[in-house]
Design a protein around this ligand. Structure first.
Ligand SMILES: [Zn+2]
Length: 231
């Protein structure tokens, strides 16, 4: 096992030396694997890892998301809402489900015959949409563009996307993360309305909307694997 500092985070990787000629990076079910010739120096290997840093981090985030086991939640368990812990309290049919964010409690009525995680997802999604929409309107105003249509996805590592029609897709799972991380994803996707690429001009637009984007991006990658495996 070796480790390297990438984007402010320390990453472990397995180094497998063999008679191969080139250095190859893969992300398999055990994490990052680097195949290298016997003669390759550690400096050469690290240079390559850094050059492909974005790709490695992206693959790693996907890998971590795929490791999330399906949630088996019950009364008294905790989930995160906007980065803060919420205790789940199952309430009887008559009471209405409600989010008491200030008290750190989510009261959820799970109908007979329904699973708690599924009920929870159905409860969170519209609230996530409302939160995202408010942020989208805020940043669209700053960027002086019309608020684009918002579509919710269930992606576990591709937090957002923006298509050629100008529709913005955001994963409802972002609602587990702190508002500044959600703001970064919203700003990132909105910036694509101006620049459909990840070039320097694109990042300049992101920076205007979200000066803290580097930190937020690194934090999202770090926290991706902490998501509960809700359906
Ligand atoms: Zn992008």
């Amino acid at each position: 096992m070796h480790s390297i500092e990438l984007d402010g985070a320390s990453l472990d990787y397995r180094l497998c030396r063999s008679a191969r000629r080139t250095i190859g990076i893969t992300v398999d079910r055990y994490g990052i694997r680097v195949g290298a010739p016997l003669s390759a120096s550690l400096a050469e290997i690290e240079t390559l890892l850094r050059r492909h840093g974005d790709w490695v981090l992206q693959k790693l985030a996907q890998w971590r998301a795929s490791q999330i086991p399906v949630a088996t939640l019950e009364d008294g368990d905790r989930i995160h809402w906007l980065g803060k812990p919420l205790v789940l309290r199952c309430v009887t049919d008559r009471a209405r489900s409600r989010l008491r964010a200030d008290a750190g409690i989510l009261e959820l009525c799970v109908p007979v015959g329904h699973a708690l995680p599924t009920t929870l997802t159905a409860f969170l999604k519209p609230r996530a949409r409302a939160f995202f929409l408010e942020r989208l309107i805020h940043y669209a105003g700053k960027l002086e563009v019309a608020t684009p249509p918002l579509v919710l996805s269930s992606a576990k590592s591709r937090w957002g996307s923006c298509n050629a029609k100008g529709e913005i897709r955001l994963s409802w799972r972002l609602i587990h993360f702190a508002p500044n991380l959600i703001d970064y994803v919203v700003a990132h996707e909105l910036a694509h309305l101006k620049e459909m690429n990840h070039g320097p001009r694109f990042w300049a637009v992101v920076e205007k909307l979200c000066p803290d984007w580097r930190h937020a991006r690194a934090e999202l990658r770090r926290q991706a694997h902490t998501l509960p495996g809700l359906e």
